[in-house]
Design a protein around this ligand. Structure first.
Ligand code: ADP
Ligand code: MG
Length: 250
């Protein structure tokens, strides 16, 4: 298992936002997480990527223990282990989160140099190679504000890939985009799936989830209500709440 999360709990103030979430992701697997707004999907991704502390549960990534928490007391691994885990994990946000004052090239080389200690030249070669893969070679000197949302999101994906993550998380990667730009991002993610990139994708694009995901998870109100293959979740839906949610989105 590349990712193993057991009984994850997270509270904000007194509200239980993640109630008892367990999930496993195998190497090469694509997992789609669907569910209504406010159900805890972003919080779950933030807990799995060390952006948010958990109140309960255990997270292991690539065989390394990241955190073991009981009753609000979270014991995280030592800084060296956390760093090793962190460089194996990438996150692509809904709103791209590029550094606005950095050029496209610097957005993609910066963490390679700072975090992976690659030399500038090597980082640049890797960045240009990824830009070419994203069909954006000619925009390396541009600033994020000069690019369309779809282009910015492709840069954000390139930036994440530049660190060679073993697992890549996406939080609604197309929901800030106009419909005509959504397709280009979905195509990039589909190509990554073909290359057997391990991915966990929060999405409202049901047709896309059906097509690329090996496993679909339906979350509601901090709980995993139903999970299975796309066929099981979309065509042989068992749970009434899942059915109602899917009806609204098709
Ligand atoms: P989703 O991504 O499924 O829409 P979120 O994980 O963003 O859901 O939010 C789940 C719940 O947690 C919501 O009720 C939201 O208001 C709350 N929440 C999320 N982040 C915070 C925060 N930093 N502080 C307080 N409440 C939060
Ligand atoms: Mg969200």
């Amino acid at each position: 298992m590349l990712l193993k999360a057991e009984n994850i709990k997270k509270k904000f103030n007194k509200e239980n936002v993640l109630k008892d979430i367990s999930l496993e992701v195998k190497k090469g697997e694509v997992v789609a997480i669907i569910g209504p707004s406010g159900s805890g999907k972003s919080t779950l991704l933030r807990c799995l990527t060390q952006l948010e502390q958990v109140d309960g549960g255990r997270i292991e990534i690539d065989g390394k223990l990241m955190v073991d928490a009981v009753d609000g007391k979270a014991v995280y691994s030592d800084a060296k282990t956390l760093h090793e885990i962190q460089v194996n994990v990438g996150l692509v946000f809904q709103n791209f989160n590029l550094f606005p004052h950095y050029s496209v090239l610097k957005n993609i080389t910066d963490a390679q140099i700072r975090v992976l200690k690659r030399d500038k030249k090597e980082a640049k070669v890797i960045a240009m190679d990824l830009l070419s893969k994203m069909n954006l070679s000619d925009r390396w000197a541009a600033y994020p504000c000069e690019l369309s949302g779809g282009q910015q999101q492709r840069i954000a994906i390139a930036r994440a890939l530049a660190l060679n993550p073993k697992i890549l998380f996406f939080d609604e990667p197309t929901s800030a985009l106009d419909p005509e730009l959504t397709g280009e991002i979905l195509k990039v993610i589909k190509n990554l799936a073909k290359e057997k990139m391990t991915m966990v994708i929060v999405t409202h694009e049901m047709a896309f989830a059906k097509e690329v995901a090996d496993k679909v998870i339906f979350m509601d109100n901090g709980v995993i209500i139903e999970q299975g293959t796309p066929g099981e979740v979309f065509s042989n839906t068992k749970n009434q709440r899942t059915k109602e949610f899917l009806q609204r989105y098709s």
